[in-house]
Design a protein around this ligand. Sequence first.
Ligand code: AR6
Length: 170
Amino acid sequence: MIKVIQYDITDLDVDAIVNAANTSLLGGGGVDHAIHRAAGPMLLDACKKLGGCPTGEARITPGFRLKAKWVIHAVGPVWHGGDHGEPQLLENCYRSAFSLAKEAQSRSLAFPCISTGIYHYPKEDAARIALKVMHANDKDFRSIVACCFDAENASIYRKILGVAARSEDD
Ligand code: AR6
């Protein structure tokens, strides 16, 4: 089941949360900063051992102080106008995250709106890609959460999914 909520992903009680990371995996701003702050310094130590991650791929670490058991660090593309492979890279990044979540036997998984902040991917285009990959994996999870931080993303996701705002309470 796919749910849309407007919330802080670091506070979610799910098996795994996805981070919108960069290729260094060594932290940054936005949701990456929030996740590292909430998980504690052991997360950075674990990330250092991974040696980075190419754009369009993902890596997994424990969640340490988070409620989530796992953090899946997915590297979305920076938006450079759309003809530099951005849609395929964004799709690959969601697919990689799902595949790691399955390997870790996660049944519930939450995503931020990858690439739509500092990386400036157009929100509606990004949401369509995210929801397409979420639908393709829906049957393998008890709950897939599109965890939007801003009202604009939440409303875009709900519009595409065709659900009313109160669906987050379902
Ligand atoms: N919970 C859920 N979503 C959040 C939170 C939160 N606590 N905080 C921000 N968001 P961004 P990107 C939303 O910029 O565009 C970092 O420096 C935010 O509103 O975090 O993929 C990394 O290290 C937006 O919708 O990630 C990379 O260098 C979404 O998360 C770079 O930013 C993604 O915004 C990645 O840029």
